[in-house]
Design a protein around this ligand. Structure first.
Ligand code: UGA
Length: 433
């Protein structure tokens, strides 16, 4: 099919490259000229496993091209995938200005019957509003389909080819079949429903996963108070097939560009519709509190934090990405700097992205051992395998007393660290401090 993809962020570029590798002819629209030039040369402007190869392959096959103007891209388009940003506004509302701008441009410049496939995460009801406000007034037929994505950053290419389900929200059976042609080579259940329900599936999925994380974090906090061990509790709870083993990892909580934005966005939609979504409000509150608990743990064990040296290991919101959006490490570092801590931080990939979000006094080093020199404590904020597997004997020789470890991801080997003489403190795990 002839496909236009608007936006070349994590979602748009993965979709564009995967569709091109499946044989579709893809034109991807990117307004930023610097990014456009990089993409044309086969360089992905962010880190995503496997995406470079897919891009280079699609370019070599002549299946993908890049353009800066959406209206010029529309010439042959049968399907236009929208993957533009929908960031949070300060009140939690979703900023739909980029969506509106793209839809208006399509309505003005479409030259043939076109299907708009919404990949950006938009609040339930958006498709209905767009149809009423813009699409009804076009000179050619424009169909609207909600087709939410469930891609994880760092695993997005794998997730594209191995989805748990493909959700298509559209009331027109012919259009549904055309959209499903995009996924002809993918073996997954196809779930068809109305537009608003499909929009809700996306929010409900992310909100539910966020709920699991906040729930297990509350259980972990309670484990500390009653003397239970979350490492024993969470896996046994997850063995119940109705609950499942995933998203039961306790620690600093969720970050990233999706869960924080989507939980707040759904809370806003609830309030706007006159409904108080109490559970979701608690999920958001618990998640914010985990970051403060990390600082409190450091304070409880080290006393007055002023002038103390603390290393933060990991800046990305999770391993496998250079993305620092809403990363717990960034908030925690700011709290520590406010308390007068001398902070050094490291990350295998995310230092450049983190730099502009951090106070200039924070020493950033790609070498974890360098970041740990002279530290009285360190906080593991992102469970990168290479950070979890540091040479802990060597680290001990670089650090100073009391050799405090705050394991913000419950990822380190407690026994080994304790045997080496560290003071260990996790989240719901028995420590030795
Ligand atoms: C998430 C969803 O998993 C995807 O299905 C969805 O498509 C995507 O958002 C989106 O809406 O675009 P992502 O943000 O890439 O994907 O990251 P996750 O792997 O879900 O992790 C999110 C956060 O939760 C991370 O900060 C991670 O450290 C944290 N987490 C995850 C926990 O604290 N505990 C867990 O048990 C699992």
């Amino acid at each position: 099919m002839d496909v236009v993809v608007v936006g070349t962020g994590y979602v748009g570029l993965v979709a564009a490259c995967c569709l091109a590798n499946s044989g579709h002819r893809v034109v991807a629209v990117e307004k930023d000229r610097v990014k456009l030039a990089a993409l044309e040369q086969g360089r992905v402007p962010f880190y995503e496993e496997g995406l470079d190869e897919l891009l280079q392959n699609a370019l070599a096959q002549g299946k993908i091209s890049f353009i800066s103007s959406l209206s010029n891209a529309l010439q042959d388009a049968e399907v236009v995938l929208l993957a533009v940003g929908t960031p949070s506004l300060p009140d939690g509302r979703v900023d739909l200005s980029q969506v509106y701008a793209a839809v208006q441009e399509i309505v003005q410049h479409a030259r043939r019957e076109t299907i708009i496939v919404m990949k950006s995460t938009v609040p339930p009801g958006t498709g209905r509003t767009l149809s009423k406000r813009f699409l009804a007034h076009c000179h050619v037929p424009i169909h609207y389909v909600s087709n939410p994505e469930f891609l994880r950053e760092g695993k997005a290419v794998w997730d594209w080819y191995h989805p748990d389900r493909i959700v298509v929200g559209c009331g027109d059976e012919t259009v549904v079949q055309q959209v499903l042609e995009l996924y002809a080579d993918i073996d997954a259940p196809k779930v068809v429903m109305d537009v608003t329900s499909a929009e809700m599936v996306k929010y409900a999925s992310n909100a539910f996963l966020a709920t699991k994380i906040s729930f297990i974090n509350e259980i972990a906090n309670l484990c500390e108070l009653v003397g239970a061990d979350i490492d024993k509790v969470a896996p046994a709870v997850g063995m119940d097939q109705r609950i499942g083993p995933h998203f039961l990892q306790s620690g600093l909580g969720y970050g990233g560009s999706c869960f924080p934005k989507d939980t707040k966005g759904l809370d806003y939609v609830s309030s706007f519709n006159g409904y108080r979504f109490s559970l979701l409000k608690s999920v958001i509150e618990v998640n914010a509190r985990q970051r403060i608990i990390a600082v409190r743990k450091l304070q409880e064990k080290l006393g007055d934090l002023h002038g103390k040296n603390i290393a933060v290991l990991g800046l990305a919101f999770k391993p496998g990405t250079d993305d620092v959006r809403e990363a717990p490490a960034l908030d925690i570092i700011k709290y520590l700097v406010d308390e007068g801590v001398v902070v050094a931080a490291t990350d295998p990939l995310a230092i450049e992205n983190a730099r502009s979000h951090l106070p200039s006094c924070v020493k950033l080093s790609p070498d974890p051992y360098e970041a740990l020199v002279g530290a009285q404590a360190f906080l593991l904020a992102t469970e990168w395998p290479q950070l979890v597997a540091l040479d802990w004997e060597k680290v001990k020789n670089l650090m100073r007393e009391p050799y405090l470890v705050v394991d913000g991801r419950n990822a380190l080997d407690v026994r080994r660290l304790v045997d080496l003489g560290y003071r260990y403190c996790g989240f719901g795990r028995p420590g030795n401090f």
